[in-house]
Design a protein around this ligand. Structure first.
Ligand SMILES: Cc1cc2nc3c(=O)[nH]c(=O)nc-3n(C[C@H](O)[C@H](O)[C@H](O)COP(=O)(O)OP(=O)(O)OC[C@H]3O[C@@H](n4cnc5c(N)ncnc54)[C@H](O)[C@@H]3O)c2cc1C
Length: 802
């Protein structure tokens, strides 16, 4: 066996083989895959082999589209059959909410170039005649849906990889992975040790055990899953063409033709985790014992939806385990703090996603970044706080909700509350309705009187409407207070800190006592972060950015670690509040003897607020006069008492994230993950105005940003006032201009201050003129929209800066 190679992939399931193939496709031929048994020996061999594009995340959906289209290419390259059945599929909706979700998906597919169709119940009866359409409102037909032969496909990936120079060693068990001081790796197997630059964990069912060999915890575990294959079914035998797939979310089932019978699988509510504490190494090419009791209710439901099933005998039951991460998406990318160690794990739909996962990981490994935003599957999207105790209820919840409607305002309950701040109970007593960000409880809004303490999940205006309006008005007319716990915060110190920042950040680095806003760019000029830099002293800075991006940002900082710089993630070691509104200054002045009244916009001061030592920043995402006041978490309760007591004569009210997202729309402020993400560039999003073009530093992404500046980005972020009815644009809705889909919404909502529905969207630059009329498709309806350029509040920034 070879003892040195550029990359070792551990695991010969569909995912490992896809990664191997894509590495060779992108030019790495000195790569090896190690498989402890035969290829496909984990979850892969017993998969039902179904594939589809439907995914709530646009990039995941696009990667699923890529995966499906790849199979033909694989067949052509290798001459092998993937056993493809491109039969199409229909997803059923039996109520308005499910149908709304399909309408939103269809709208999104328009600008993604996916050719799906909304179909009526009668059309469903035609397309998929085994379906009883009683109670069905409509469906979404996707011609790309289908199924394949899992084993043939995995072997096709493997053959294509071998053709590109890759080596595959089967019956080779990896026992240890050890990092050398120079960062390279020794992969110890039962047949010898291999020295390599890169290790890819594609261990599937054993991903946790393989990760533990490197001291890594991966948040995933297997769930049991069952599908049934029937004997021949007369309704199927009579057909000339193969029956399409039918996804029935109400019955939590997927159904397709298998031979001359049917095959149906279930995501049942009484689901069962499997091997939660570790997958046994002696689990081989085997199935779990049948457990039809577990799916009894699902089967009964299926008999009503697909009556032919009841008459058919059961030919076989396939019951096997496969892994899930807490949110059901894969765990892919460089493992933070572990150079050269990559994850390709937690892929719960290997035949829908395996190709996309392989492509993204191979791009990351060979080019340093991916061509699109992979946040939804980035292994760093969970932080150090994640534990097996949290993973377990979340994985169960995810399995149970696999076919549920996902609402834009939905807060999932499992594993909560987990991480809370010292004022959690204070805010709770005030009526806080909680959401969660990155495991942390965050107040979304405050219910009053007998208002319910639960926001109804909806695609339309929810029951949070009144409370959000109340909080917005409290900020705009008086003063509001909310926590700043949910910012990612970093402390940067050292003699080289300023020079390092000048290289890492594209914007200006401020002088002591001042703040600046800056994009952080990738080498290809994509947005990796939108940061506030606070200069505490000549050699100390605070950086503030999205709370959910902590893992991603720390990984980037560590990858660019330099001498004379020390960076720490202090996100949970620094907390506090922001106060905002026309009375904010007066409240702050009433709380401290230090001089804060003369602070200019973007100033920073140290002040003793009440009893708490604080860093006070004159800035607010509400776009109003405002201050962020940071303190040690131990002092947060005392700080609350001080600010809240001082705020009462000024009518201070607490406000939550729903109000915050409405307030920021008044000024068209973008938000991380919506307007700003690695899918976009500074020129497209207007972040270029924060780039310090004249600074004497070769910041990362400079060449790409300058190239974009010289040619002008082809699209531009703009704001629309939408003639909405009972639903706002949330994100991903297509924007029609001159009768064609020419753009899409990045985020939207209702400005309670202005009484207008607002959508931020990316459209062609040459179409971005004030007053231009567009149509935005919201839940299947074309809503008229007018492009506006004047912010809805404080257009001259007099209040924000004054
Ligand atoms: C009943 C059932 C039905 C399913 N139906 C579908 C479907 O219709 N469509 C779909 O897309 N997905 C389906 N899936 C899910 C699908 O099977 C998985 O997404 C996919 O198989 C994951 O592949 P993988 O390569 O990540 O992991 P695995 O298939 O588990 O592969 C991991 C490999 O790593 C090897 N390995 C582990 N540790 C070591 C080590 N130390 N040294 C060497 N080798 C090691 C293992 O032997 C194994 O071969 C289904 C799953 C089940 C259980």
């Amino acid at each position: 066996m070879k003892t040195t190679t550029q990359a070792v992939i551990i695991g010969g399931g569909v995912v490992g083989c896809s990664v191997l193939y894509h590495l060779t496709k992108l030019g790495w031929s000195d790569v090896m895959l190690l498989e402890r048994s035969e290829l496909t020996s984990g979850s892969t061999w017993h998969a039902a082999g179904g594939f589809h594009t439907l995914n709530g995340d646009t990039n995941m959906a696009a990667l699923q589209g890529y995966t499906i289209r790849l199979y033909k290419e694989l067949e052509e390259i290798t001459g092998m059959s993937c056993g493809l059945h491109h039969v199409g599929g229909v997803t059923l909706a039996d109520n308005k909410d499910r149908f709304d979700m399909l309408l939103a998906e269809r709208a999104k597919h328009r600008y993604m170039g996916l050719d799906t169709h909304i179909v009526t119940p009668d059309e469903i009866a035609q397309i998929a005649p085994v379906t009883n359409i009683e109670g069905i409102v409509g469906g979404l037909y996707d011609p790309l849906d289908g199924h394949l032969d899992p084993s043939g496909t995995t072997h096709a990936y493997a053959k294509a990889a071998r053709m590109g120079g890759a080596i595959i060693e089967t019956h080779t068990m990896v026992r240890e992975t050890r990092q050398r001081p120079d960062g390279t790796w020794d992969v110890v197997t039962d047949k010898g040790t291999i020295h390599t630059q890169h290790v890819v964990n594609a261990g599937g069912l054993w991903a946790r055990e393989v990760a533990a060999m490197a001291g890594v915890y991966l948040p995933l575990h297997p769930m049991e899953h069952q599908y049934i294959v029937t004997d021949d079914v007369p309704e199927i035998m009579e057909r000339d063409a193969e029956h399409p797939h039918v996804m029935d979310p109400a019955g939590e089932s997927y159904l397709r033709q298998e031979g001359r019978g049917l095959c149906i699988g279930f995501y049942e509510q009484p689901c069962k985790p499997w091997a939660v504490d570790g997958t046994p190494w002696d689990f081989g090419h085997e199935l779990l014992p049948d457990n039809l009791d577990k799916i009894e209710a699902s089967i009964e439901f299926a008999y009503r939806r697909f009556p032919a099933l009841e008459r058919a005998g059961v030919k076989s039951v396939i019951h096997g385990p496969f892994t899930f991460a807490p949110d059901g998406n894969p765990l892919v990318g460089p493992v933070p703090g572990m150079p050269g160690y990559w994850s390709a794990c937690g892929v719960m739909a290997g035949f829908s996603q395996g190709g996309g996962v392989g492509l993204m990981l191979a791009q990351w490994m060979t080019h340093g970044e991916c061509e699109r935003d992979v946040t939804a599957m980035d292994v760093a999207r969970f932080g150090d706080w994640i534990t097996p105790g949290y993973t377990r209820p979340k994985v169960i919840e995810n399995y149970q909700k696999r076919f549920s409607v996902s609402y834009p305002n939905e807060e999932l309950p499992a594993g909560r509350p987990f991480r809370t701040t010292p004022v959690h109970d204070v805010l709770d007593r005030m009526g806080a309705v909680w959401g969660a960000q990155f495991g942390l409880e965050v107040a979304n809004y405050f219910a009053q009187g007998d208002e319910p303490r639960f926001e109804t999940p909806s695609f339309r205006r929810s029951n949070a409407w009144e409370a959000t309006a109340r909080e917005v008005h409290a900020v705009r007319n008086g003063v509001g207070i909310n926590e700043v716990q949910n910012f990612g915060k970093y402390l940067l110190t050292g003699s080289a800190a300023r020079a390092w920042l000048d290289r890492i950040m594209a914007g200006r680095v401020p002088q002591p006592g001042r703040l600046s806003l800056t994009p952080m760019l990738s080498p290809a000029g994509r947005l990796l972060g939108d940061f506030t830099i606070s200069c505490l002293s000549a050699e100390a800075f605070h950086l503030t950015a999205s709370y959910g991006a902590q893992g991603v940002h720390m990984r980037w900082f560590q990858q660019h670690q330099a001498d004379g710089v020390h960076i720490e993630n202090i996100s949970d070691r620094l907390t506090g509040f922001q106060i905002a509104g026309p009375k904010a200054r007066e409240v702050l002045m009433a709380c401290t003897r230090d001089s804060v009244g003369d602070m200019r916009f973007m100033d920073l001061r140290h002040a003793c607020v009440g009893m708490a030592d604080c860093t006070v920043q004159r800035v607010s995402y509400t776009g109003d006069q405002g201050y962020e006041i940071y303190c040690d978490p131990m002092a947060q309760r005392a700080l609350w008492e001080t600010l809240w007591t001082a705020g009462q004569p000024y009518g201070m009210r607490p406000f939550g994230m729903r109000a915050m997202m409405s307030l920021r729309l008044d000024k068209f402020f973008g938000s991380w993950g919506a307007e700003f993400s690695p899918d976009y560039t500074p020129g497209e999003t207007g972040m270029d105005r924060f780039i310090a073009w004249s600074k004497d530093a070769d910041f990362i992404g400079r060449n790409a940003a300058e190239a974009e500046r010289s040619t002008c980005a082809a699209r531009r972020l703009v704001a629309f006032e939408v003639d909405a009815h009972d639903a706002e644009a949330h994100g991903d809705e297509p924007v029609w201009l001159d009768g064609e889909v020419r753009g899409f919404v990045t985020s939207g909502g209702y400005s309670h201050h202005a009484g207008k529905s607002i959508a931020l969207a990316l459209i062609p630059r040459d179409m971005a003129q004030e007053g231009r009329v567009a149509q935005i498709e919201i839940l299947g309806q074309m809503r008229e929209a007018k492009l506006i350029t004047q912010p809805l509040f404080d257009a001259d920034n007099a209040r924000m800066r004054g």
